[in-house]
Each structure stands twice: as C-alpha cells, then as structure tokens.
Ligand binder design. Structure first.
Ligand code: 7RM
Length: 644
C-alpha cells in the first residue's frame, strides 16, 4: 500500500468543497437523485434560452442518451456573451506563442467580436446550422475562435490535431462530409515548421463536399492558393461584422465531432451535444480545479484532443475563467518553458500529461528550481496512468509539496473527468485517480461479465447509467456506438480500461484491455497502425503491440513480414516508420520495427498478440503456453531477432 498525501492546509482552506463528509453526502445524493442533482446544476451553471422540463431520457439497451432535451441555449453565448457585463475586460485567453515572448491577451470583449466575425465569415461562406466544419489549426487563438464561431451558428466542428497526415485529415473530411476546412498556411512547434496548407491541399483533393478552405496566416512564407476555393481568413474577416446573434439551439443538437481510435477499424467520429457537454465540462472544471474567479488556469494540451476541447475552451470559458492557450512544446527553447510561463503569468492550476512530466523529469530538477512556482495550487495529470516516480517528481519539484495533484481519469467518450481527487477533500495516493466525481457510478466487471462487489477487487471498468457529458453516438453509425460501448454488459457503459479498487476504495486505472495504445497520451489503435504499415509495399503483413516506454508510457513495436527479399534491413525499417508517419502522422511512427518470416498464430489463424507483447517487452521467461501455435519455430526466430 503506497503512502497517502494529505490535503495541504492552504488548499483546504479556500476549497469549494473541503470536508470529506460533504463530498460523500453530495456524492450519495447525486446517485440517489441523479436527475434532481443534474437539473439543479444545469440551472446553476448554464444560461438557458428555454428551460427544460425533462432532465434525462437514457436507455443503454439502445444506446439512446438525452439530457435536457426540450431545453434550448447557445454554447458560445454561455462561454462569452453572458460574461460581458461583469467580465468584459477580463482576459479570456492568454495566448503563449511558439517563441518565448510571443504572446497575446484576449479579453472577453475581444473574444466576443472575434468569434462573431468568424461566425459571420462562415455564414458568408454558406455554412449553416448542422453543417460540418473541419478545423486543422495549430494552437493559435483562431482555433478557439473557429470552435466558438461554429457553436454560435450551430455548425458542427471537428478539430483534427495538426500533427495528423493528409490521409488522416482526408478520411475525417470525407467521413463527416465537411463543407469548409479552416487551416493555417504553416504551423510552428518548437524548432519545426509544419506545412499545414499543403497537407490540407492533398487532403481535399478528392473531397467533393468541401466548398471552401479558409487559411489563417501564421507565418510570412509563400503559400499556394487555389482561386475560388482557398481564402485568406484576414481578407474574409475584413468585411465580416463583429456582431452576430447566437442561434438558439436544442440541447441535443450536435456541438462537435471528435475522431478517436478504437481497437478495430477506422477512428470513430464521436458526437457530443450542446447542453449536457457544456454543463459537465463547466461543472468538472470548477470542482476538480477548485476554480476561483481570480485563478489563472493553464492546460497545455492541444485542442486537437478532447482535453483541449473540454478543459482549454468549453469548461473554463463557460465558468468565465482566464484560460491559457500554449502553442509551443515543453522543451522549447529549453526545458524551463512551462516553469517560466507559470511564474510570469501567475498560473494557479496547471494541467498536463505524464509523458510531458517524464520528459521534463529527465532534464533534471535544475529547470524547475530556477523558478519560484509559488502561484501554483493544483497540478493536474491526464491521458495515461501516471507512474509513482513521475507523480512524486511533479509533487516535490513542481508543487513543492504545497499543491494537490489531481490525477484525472476520463476519455473522449466521457466528455469530461469521471474519476479524480477533489483538491480540498481527497487524500491522494501516487498513481491512483482516487474516487468518482458526483453522479458517476463506476463498476468493475469480471471475466464472466459479473459485477465485482468485493473491495479490494479488479476488473473491467464500466460506468452504470449516464451523465450529461457522455458522447451520444458515432457520427453516421449508431450501431457501432452501441456495439462498442453497450452491447456486452447490459446497463453499463464499457470504458475499455481495466481498473482496481484497493482496500480503501481508491481506484487505480491499469490501462486498456483492448488493442488501444496510449502513446505519449495520444490514443492509437494497433489495427490502425497495422493498416498504415500495409501501405508500405515492402510489407505483406504486420502486427503491432505496445511496449513500456520510459517517456512515452507506451512505445510502438511492429513485427513485419517482408513482401520480397530485403537488401538493407535498416532502410526497410526506416521505410516502415516513414510510411506510418505519412499515413497517420509523425507521432504514430513505431519505435521498433522487426522483420520476421512468420507471426505466431493460433490454428484458426489469429495472431497471438499476448506472445508478441511479451517478446517485444523482453519478458521472455513467461511466454506461457505456446502449444496452440500453428508453428512454434517462428517464436524462436522472433525472440532471437528482438529489437531493444
Ligand atoms: C482524456 C483522454 C482515453 C484513455 C483512457 C485511459 C487513458 C486517460 C487517464 C488514463 C490512467 C488517467 N482521452 N487515460 N486518463 N489512464 N489514468 N488519469 O485522454 O480518449 O484520448 O484517451 O486514456 O486508457 O481510456 S482519450
């Protein structure tokens, strides 16, 4: 049993919820009277154009999920307009550009005019309610403007992380039949320049649905523009009015689509809707980060992932917070980048991923030691399990033992955080996401599909019943939504993660039970990487597994069968890595590629990943029963050629 860390007194003193009894009473109430609980919160947190009469209507037997369905509101009005009276001159966004010293403050009033101009620009391009808009932008303020502009006119945005390749971008444009794509001429990340516009050109080549490509100028380099299709945003915005009335939308109208990887097939376009999502992100942002009016809140995720949607843009802005938008990398120009920014801006809450913490830990304590870091109160972690070592480093060297660490467990599907400490209440244990938030009822399911009622216990993590932030469907494929999350265990949402509950009731998330990998906090399917490798003409068959990786958490190991004789193994390995870079994006490139003559398969032809996983991670003693293999000689060959 690991050490427990009590709530630091100064955190407890000011916390919104600061007694365990208060948490447990509210938690019990939230489960006993779920609808009453959320109805109250919905009227506290959101401004409605029309009040709702029915709180929820959910049926996991069909995967039907509805919250506040006859209510009406506008998300951008909730994130901007209603703050103008009391917070007009308050910074909404503090933008930190790629270069040190490159920054911009956007007040709520400025945010209002920028978002209105973007909304009018989209309307002028023919975008209306329900139309899809793909946003392929780096972390610049225009990314937030674009998201909120879509929300203002009822268009459905789909942000694609600017590290994705032309093919990945093209697939998403095609799947959601986007009408407009918003991109930048180039992106800047640390020392690198990313040719976003030319990637986009390749992606929209066969896209019949795309009527216009809007290009934001990020750099002064020459940019190819196709007349009639491509438009500079600055030109379109010059004639766009800074006033735009928000469109009144139904609570269950779609707000955005976000593509996420699963164990099989192409990434799924998960759909989030208006009111439930906004309520849930605002609610969890407030309590998990113990948000107070004068806080400077900073989440360094990218808006291309759900963390950026929920905890850079929607949750914080709905609460009228000052949210930092960070374009650079943790180590550019040096590994003190975050810490310098925290001191300069007076950041009170800082939210990042274990992979970044591990990368900075490797650079040594000398970097955080240069700064005082005394404004910090809450340190968040998300994306993958945080190892004890990284947790302690974060706690000691960044938090100086005076901050609370909130290890927040959640998913693209959940919309917001489901399991996390509450800063003023929860004694933390390094590596445990601790306890469920209000309204969340986690359940462990054993291999026979039965509920594990013992404590301690372990099993597949499921959530009983719904919460407002939950994803509603997979765009264009509700059957897939149902099959993936609800078919197997009736009445439960199946998360795909394994978890343990220890004897004190703390939850420990143990990672995915399916073929999904968390590489540097980026979610990838092994099948997705394998099908990318199939694009390489040197390979006939590939099997991909995850291996422990010091910084990334999970690394990618690919076993490949060559299609013909290979002259240079090194070149062939490079070819495979490069193919994945091109097909998915650089962050998905395998760490190791091993050419083999065969793969271990069962007699029925299934690849035995269990064995490959063990070989790849060097766990050779316990290869287990290989008697069911069609050809056990391949195992010996693979073991002897293992990469490390
Ligand atoms: C927010 C996000 C979801 C998967 C999820 C887990 C893993 C996320 C934690 C975590 C352990 C955590 N969305 N995961 N947070 N595992 N502890 N605090 O990451 O859709 O991209 O990924 O990430 O496996 O299923 S995601």
């Amino acid at each position: 049993m690991s050490e427990r860390f009590p709530v630091p007194p100064r955190i407890q003193e000011r916390a919104l919820i600061n007694r365990w009894e208060e948490y447990s009473r509210l938690y019990r109430e939230s489960l006993e009277n779920r609808d009453d609980f959320w109805a109250t919160q919905a009227r506290l947190f959101l401004t409605w154009d029309r009040d709702f009469s029915q709180t929820s209507s959910c049926d996991y037997r069909t995967g039907t999920i509805e919250w506040f369905s006859d209510g009406q509101l506008n998300v951008s009005k909730n994130c901007i307009d209603r703050h103008l009276v009391s917070r007009g001159e308050k910074p909404a966004i503090l933008w930190e550009g790629n270069e040190l010293g490159e920054r911009k403050t956007i007040t709520y009033r400025e945010l209002h005019s920028e978002v209105c101009r973007f909304a009018n620009m989209l309307t002028n391009l023919g975008v209306s309610k329900g139309d899809r808009v793909i946003i392929y932008l780096p972390m610049i303020p225009e990314l937030a403007y674009s998201m909120l502009a879509c929300a203002r006119i009822g268009a459905v945005h789909s942000v694609v992380f600017a590290g994705f390749s032309a093919e990945s971008l093209g697939n998403r444009i095609e799947d959601c039949q986007a009408k407009v794509v918003i991109t930048a001429n180039e992106g800047l990340r640390g020392p690198k320049t990313i040719p976003l516009k030319s990637i986009c050109d390749e992606a929209v080549l066969d896209a019949q649905s795309v009527k216009a490509v809007v290009v934001v100028r990020r750099t002064s380099n020459r940019t190819e523009m196709k007349s009639g299709r491509d438009f500079w945003s600055e030109e379109l915005l010059a004639t766009a009015s800074p006033e735009c009335a928000p469109v009144v939308l139904d609570a269950e109208d779609p707000l955005f689509i976000l593509y996420t990887s699963g164990s099989t097939g192409k990434p799924k376009g998960l759909v989030h809707t208006q009111a439930g999502y906004l309520l849930y992100t605002a609610f969890t942002h407030k309590f998990v980060f113990d948000y107070h009016e004068d806080d400077i809140y900073c989440c360094v995720a990218d808006c291309g992932w759900i963390t950026g949607h929920s905890y850079i843009v929607y949750g914080p802005l709905a609460n009228g917070a000052t949210t930092v938008m960070f374009e650079s990398t943790p180590t550019y120009p040096d590994p003190g980048r975050y810490w310098e920014m925290i001191d300069r801006l007076g950041v009170t809450s800082f939210y990042t991923a274990p992979t970044a913490i591990r990368a900075l830990e490797k650079e040594g304590e000398i970097w955080p030691e240069k700064y005082s870091l005394e404004s910090l109160r809450i340190l968040g972690s998300v994306g993958e399990p945080i190892n004890e070592d990284a947790w302690l480093w974060y706690y000691n060297h960044v938090g100086h033992r005076r901050c609370t660490i909130v290890d927040t467990w959640w998913q693209t599907e959940t919309g917001g955080i489901l399991i996390s400490p509450l800063p003023g209440v929860t004694e933390t244990k390094p590596g445990s996401a601790t306890f469920p938030l209000f309204g969340i009822d986690p359940v462990l399911i054993d291999d026979n599909g039965k509920e594990v009622s013992t404590t301690p216990g372990k099993g597949r993590l499921c959530i009983r019943d719904s919460w407002p932030g939950q994803s509603r469907t997979v765009f264009g494929d509700h059957d897939r939504f149902f099959d993936t999350y609800f078919r197997e265990i009736p009445g439960m949402y199946l998360t795909g993660d394994a978890a343990e509950r220890d004897s004190d009731g703390y939850f420990w998330i143990r990672g995915r039970v399916d073929d999904v990998l968390n590489v540097s906090g980026h979610r990838l399917g092994t099948a997705e990487i394998e099908s990318a490798i199939d694009h390489c003409e040197l390979v006939v068959e590939a099997a991909v597994v995850g291996i422990p990786h010091e910084v990334k958490g999970t690394g990618i190991y690919a076993f490949c069968i060559a299609s013909r004789e290979i002259r240079s193994v090194e070149e062939a390995e490079f070819e495979v890595k490069n193919t994945v870079r091109k097909v998915i994006g650089p962050f998905a490139a395998p760490d190791h590629v091993q050419f083999v003559t065969g793969l271990p398969k069962t007699r029925s032809g299934k690849i035995m990943r269990r064995i490959l996983r063990k070989i790849a991670s060097g766990d050779l003693e316990s290869l287990g029963d290989i008697s069911t293999l069609a050809d056990s000689a391949v195992v010996e060959e693979i073991v002897s050629g293992r990469k490390r």
